[in-house]
Design a protein around this ligand. Structure first.
Ligand SMILES: *[C@@H]1O[C@H](CO)[C@@H](O)[C@H](O)[C@H]1NC(C)=O
Ligand SMILES: *[C@@H]1O[C@H](CO)[C@@H](O)[C@H](O)[C@H]1NC(C)=O
Ligand SMILES: *[C@@H]1O[C@H](CO)[C@@H](O)[C@H](O)[C@H]1NC(C)=O
Ligand SMILES: *[C@@H]1O[C@H](CO)[C@@H](O)[C@H](O)[C@H]1NC(C)=O
Ligand SMILES: *[C@@H]1O[C@H](CO)[C@@H](O)[C@H](O)[C@H]1NC(C)=O
Length: 320
């Protein structure tokens, strides 16, 4: 497998910070413009400090997170890194329910948070769309689909890219910090599809598993169940070796690539949520990931789970 910049960054970061396992999807399509995935988190397997990353690609990723306690602790996150040569990614659109800002940490770039309180056991979908500008840049958009099938457009970013199309399609489940390290994180990822600029669609039913860990005792697993893959970390035991190739059953049903939703248009269903201002915050922390600002975070050593649990102290870092 080609070691993409995203994978390199991801492995680099995860070796230091977190336990994760990843699925790298096979596709025969050239010129992928659309990348669709569905996620259904297993109830009770979504503790704080989890990133269920659904639509990863070279240069960015998209997924849902549980970051802090309380009623506002979940978010949908869409991130696009700056180009490998340092050229800044620029914002073309920020949805009116998104918090769009720059980030530093594992690379630098732009990201949009949409604070949608997703529910475990419910299936959501995410779509990344790439529009090559034929000048060395590509506009990359992230769309999230709610339970009622309506879509929300988080943001569009313009990135300088080697390939004008989407490459390196992958997903992961990660605990980006060492918080609640013994609690299982588990989700089903299903009905993956890609579509090309020539309007050819392919269902992605085959993926390679990789795994990163902090210590040898870290447990992870993956497999296929019907038309979904599943991924977990910190499970009761390992159930699969890393580097395994996994195949799920096909649905044969093309997704809502054109985002017609249930009402024939791209709409947010989160009207009850208050409008948020777009904020730009700088996090110049070199190779550090910035610590989540919302939580009262204290940094301690994290070798003793029971101590951390009782005092609620730990290093809490979130994926950017
Ligand atoms: C992919 O796109 C390039 C232009 O970016 C084009 O030359 C090529 O024919 C396309 N290939 C396919 C299979 O569509
Ligand atoms: C966001 O924009 C959409 C489309 O313009 C609009 O229908 C909706 O009311 C807006 N929501 C908020 C909270 O401003
Ligand atoms: C990382 O963060 C720590 C603590 O905030 C700081 O002391 C250190 O200088 C940072 N390192 C870099 C490379 O920014
Ligand atoms: C966490 O898991 C590790 C590895 O299985 C185990 O050694 C340790 O005792 C566990 N800690 C707690 C507090 O459950
Ligand atoms: C972990 O914390 C508990 C509770 O504070 C304490 O009894 C125990 O000795 C600690 N274990 C280690 C290995 O520090």
């Amino acid at each position: 497998m080609k070691l993409t910049a995203a994978l390199a960054l991801s492995i680099l970061a995860e070796t230091v910070y977190g336990v994760a396992d990843h699925l790298w999807y096979h596709t025969d399509l050239s010129n992928v413009t659309d990348w669709y995935n569905e996620v259904n988190v297993v109830p009770g397997a979504e503790p704080i400090s989890t990133y269920f990353m659904t639509n990863g690609f070279t240069g960015g990723y998209f997924g849902i997170q549980h970051n802090t306690e309380g009623k506002t602790g979940k978010t949908v996150l869409f991130s696009v890194w700056d180009a490998d040569d340092g050229t800044k990614t620029t914002q073309q659109y920020c949805g009116n329910l998104s918090r769009c800002s720059t980030f530093g940490g594992e690379g630098t770039g732009l990201h949009a948070n949409y604070d949608f309180q997703w529910t475990a056991g419910v299936t959501y979908a995410a779509l990344v769309h790439a529009k090559p500008l034929n000048n060395g840049y590509t506009e990359i958009s992230g769309y999230f689909q709610h339970e009622n099938k309506n879509w929300y457009h988080l943001a569009t970013y313009r990135r300088k890219t080697e390939s004008p199309y989407l490459t390196g399609l992958y997903s992961f489940v990660e605990n980006p910090s060492s918080y609640l390290i013994n609690e299982t994180r588990r989700a089903n990822y299903g009905n993956q599809w890609a579509r090309s600029s020539a309007n050819k669609a392919q269902e992605l039913t085959v993926a390679d598993l990789t795994h990163t860990s902090l210590v040898d005792s870290d447990r992870y697993g993956s497999g296929a169940k019907g038309t979904s893959f599943y991924l977990f970390i910190n499970g009761p035991k390992n159930d699969i070796p890393s580097k395994t190739t996994i195949t799920r059953k096909a649905t044969g049903v093309k997704p809502d690539f054109d985002m017609k939703g249930s009402k024939g248009s791209i709409k947010s269903t989160q009207k009850s949520q208050s409008k948020r201002k777009t904020t730009t915050s700088k996090h110049k922390s070199g190779n550090n990931r910035s610590v989540h600002k919302k939580s009262k975070t204290t940094t301690t050593k994290h070798k003793n789970q029971s101590t951390r649990k009782s005092t609620r102290k730990s290093t809490r870092k979130t994926k950017e």
